[in-house]
Design a protein around this ligand. Structure first.
Ligand code: TXA
Ligand code: MG
Length: 318
């Protein structure tokens, strides 16, 4: 078992000792280690069963640290950083030469963000090095939004999960890369496309179905429950079709009355997209733990964070 604790100094000790911890952030929990420790970074890949070709995000506490990690920051990247950091925005930028290849999977670019979480920031300020942290879930599984989710996944593999409560945003960061200094969204996430475009004007989005993903987290099967999961805009019809199965239903806002439904979760009773996003993974973890035959998920409205929610649900159902 790992210890779930809010002792930041204990986390500092473990990280300085080249070991890894569960890290709370505002998006999802991460599995964190010193970016300069090969031992720690290899352990992250190992316990996550993550292929080495999938690079990690470097987490910083301030803009001042950025020059240590990257060079030639395009002006549009600076603008996004000013508006959204600390926060759920990851920028893919040209890396400095001393950033280990293990972090970037040999790429010339590196992913960076400043998380908006007091515990994570306090920890980062106490460390003499930045930390790399992928989401703290085994490869292809649902991301964790509580310390308990992390402990359930990794048990003896990590000594400590630093407890920072349940994640406020509940969906991963939005990832923006640059091609010829122009932004392109690689992963939808906690910041909506609309909000990015308020800052930069029209922005390109990487085609989801591309087979050579620039962000391997964009692989089409990802974020999956163990239970067979289907996404639908006709929830009533799907419930009828599967009525003889032991089913769980993930409603966006309004549950239907039906005798066939023993187990259901509602993402946001008022239909609020922020609330729905923050409840998504918790609800999927909950339904997935119930030994159901099938989970039916209702599509969210295709605007704002609804697009990010639908993106994750599509990947959960492939
Ligand atoms: O919200 C988040 O971003 C969370 C928290 C813990 O910060 N982290 C997270 O990390 O979601 P991870 O490893 O699960 O997803 C990072 C994504 C992966 O899809 C990876 O392929 C992509 O970022 N990525 C990392 N470095 C990259 C690079 N140099 N170029 C393109 N994509 C990159
Ligand atoms: Mg992940």
């Amino acid at each position: 078992m790992s210890i779930i604790s809010n002792h930041i100094d204990k986390a500092v000790e473990i990280l300085k000792d080249e070991d890894i911890i569960g890290l709370p952030t505002e998006t999802v929990y991460g599995l964190a280690g010193n970016i300069y420790s090969e031992k720690a970074i290899r352990k992250i890949f190992e316990v996550k069963q993550r292929p080495l070709y999938n690079p990690l995000i470097v987490h910083l506490h301030s803009m001042g640290q950025l020059n240590e990690i990257v060079k030639n920051v395009p002006s549009k990247a600076k603008k996004l950083a000013e508006v959204f950091w600390p926060g759920p925005l990851t920028l893919i930028l040209e890396k400095n030469c001393d950033i280990p290849d293990l972090i970037t999977a040999g790429k010339k670019t590196v992913a960076v963000r400043i998380p908006n979480h007091t515990v994570a920031l306090e920890l980062l300020r106490k460390l003499p090095f930045p930390i790399a942290a992928p989401s703290a879930n085994p490869f292809n599984r649902i991301s964790p939004t509580s310390a308990q989710h992390v402990e359930n996944y990794f048990k003896d593999d990590i000594k400590l999960v630093l407890d920072g409560g349940s994640c406020k945003n509940g969906l991963e960061s939005t990832i923006v890369a640059f091609e010829n200094k122009e932004p392109i969204i690689l992963r939808l996430g906690s910041i909506s496309i609309e909000d990015i475009e308020k800052t930069l004007g029209k922005v390109k989005i990487k085609n989801k179905n591309e087979t050579t993903p620039d962000a391997p987290g964009m692989l089409s099967k990802h974020y999956s429950p163990s239970t067979n999961t289907y996404l639908t805009s006709n929830i009533r019809g799907m419930i009828e079709k599967h009525k003889h199965k032991n089913m769980g239903v993930l409603y966006f806002s309004t549950p239907l009355k039906s005798e066939n439904i023993q187990h259901f979760e509602v993402l946001s009773k008022s239909g609020n997209l922020n609330e729905a996003a923050s409840n998504l993974y918790q609800a999927l973890h909950q339904l997935d733990s119930m030994n159901l035959d099938i989970i039916l998920a209702e599509k969210a409205p295709d605007i704002g964070l609804g697009k990010s929610i639908n993106d994750r649900l599509e990947r959960a159902t492939k």
